[in-house]
Design a binder for this molecule. Structure first.
Ligand code: PGA
Length: 272
């Protein structure tokens, strides 16, 4: 059976459905660790959000148990809020340190997020895109999905060819993130996000979605028509995407029987 890591050409969106969120998280952690095992100098694209917290916990536990080192890994996060300094408690810089970086053997100099407090956010976005290119591009891009189909902060109507830039957040996204801030009014209106074109240029993508609130967006992403109205549908044009779901997030998929036939309990198939 072939591995699910980087470097295996597939040309399909692979849908792995696990019975529980815990199993989906464990499967996703395994895919990330396989990528580092195969390429200890891997460039990982990382994500934030509630879905990723148990995933990073699992990654840390398995990194320790399986002795897989992140010492040579480079990371680039998807996005950061404009206006927040790295030590702001709601900044994704802060999130990443607490959730992952301070708890593994990664070299902090090899971790990257856009600076939300950069004096010139436009220049910061362009420089971030160049930093990704200078690192040789992203080997494996981890992604969550917003209820509105965003990936990173590529909100609906993002160009499918977009690169790292400033995006205005939708009200829906601001409401979803407001619980982390003092009030909706305090929730940032702008973010620097890597683009859909940047994500499509990664060598492989791993999307993780759990819970019924994501079912509609997941169905659009996997089975809907490609449209900037649901930015995640851009992934249908990527040659190597793995989507790991729990059963609740898979509820609205039409071809669920097919996915389970090809990948019983989320296993790899003979041909990847
Ligand atoms: P969540 O965010 O994991 O907090 O649901 C995902 C996203 O909006 O990309």
């Amino acid at each position: 059976m072939r591995t699910l890591g980087i470097g295996v050409e597939r040309n399909e969106v692979k849908v792995l459905i696990l019975d529980t969120a815990e199993a989906a998280i464990d499967r996703s952690a395994g895919i990330l660790l396989d990528a580092v095992r195969q390429k200890p100098t891997a460039v990982l694209g990382l994500a934030t959000g509630a879905t990723m917290l148990p995933l990073y916990d699992k990654l840390i536990a398995r990194h320790l148990a399986e002795g897989i080192s992140f010492a040579q890994v480079t990371t680039f996060n998807l996005d950061e809020y404009i206006g927040l300094a790295p030590d702001h408690v709601c900044a994704y810089h802060h999130y990443m340190r607490k959730a992952l970086f301070d708890r593994i053997d990664i070299d902090m100099r090899c971790t990257h997020l856009p600076r939300g407090d950069a004096p010139d956010p436009v220049a910061e976005a362009e420089a971030y895109e160049q930093r990704i290119a200078a690192a040789g591009g992203i080997d494996l891009q981890l992604l969550g999905i917003g209820r509105n189909g965003h990936i990173g902060f590529n909100e609906p109507t993002s160009s499918l060819a977009s690169r790292t830039r400033i995006k205005t957040l939708t009200d829906d996204t601001r409401r979803a993130n407001a619980p982390y801030f003092d009030s909706l009014d305090d929730t940032p209106r702008f973010a620097i996000t890597i683009g859909l074109g940047t994500i499509l240029a990664s060598k492989a993508c791993l999307m993780v979605a759990t819970g019924a609130a994501k079912a509609q967006a997941v169905a659009m992403m996997v089975e809907g028509s490609i449209s900037s109205a649901c930015p995640a549908t851009a992934l249908q044009m990527h040659p190597q995407v793995t989507v790991v779901l729990d059963r609740a997030a898979a509820t609205d998929l039409t071809l669920v029987n097919y996915y389970e036939h090809v990948h019983p309990k989320g296993a790899g198939s003979e041909y990847g």
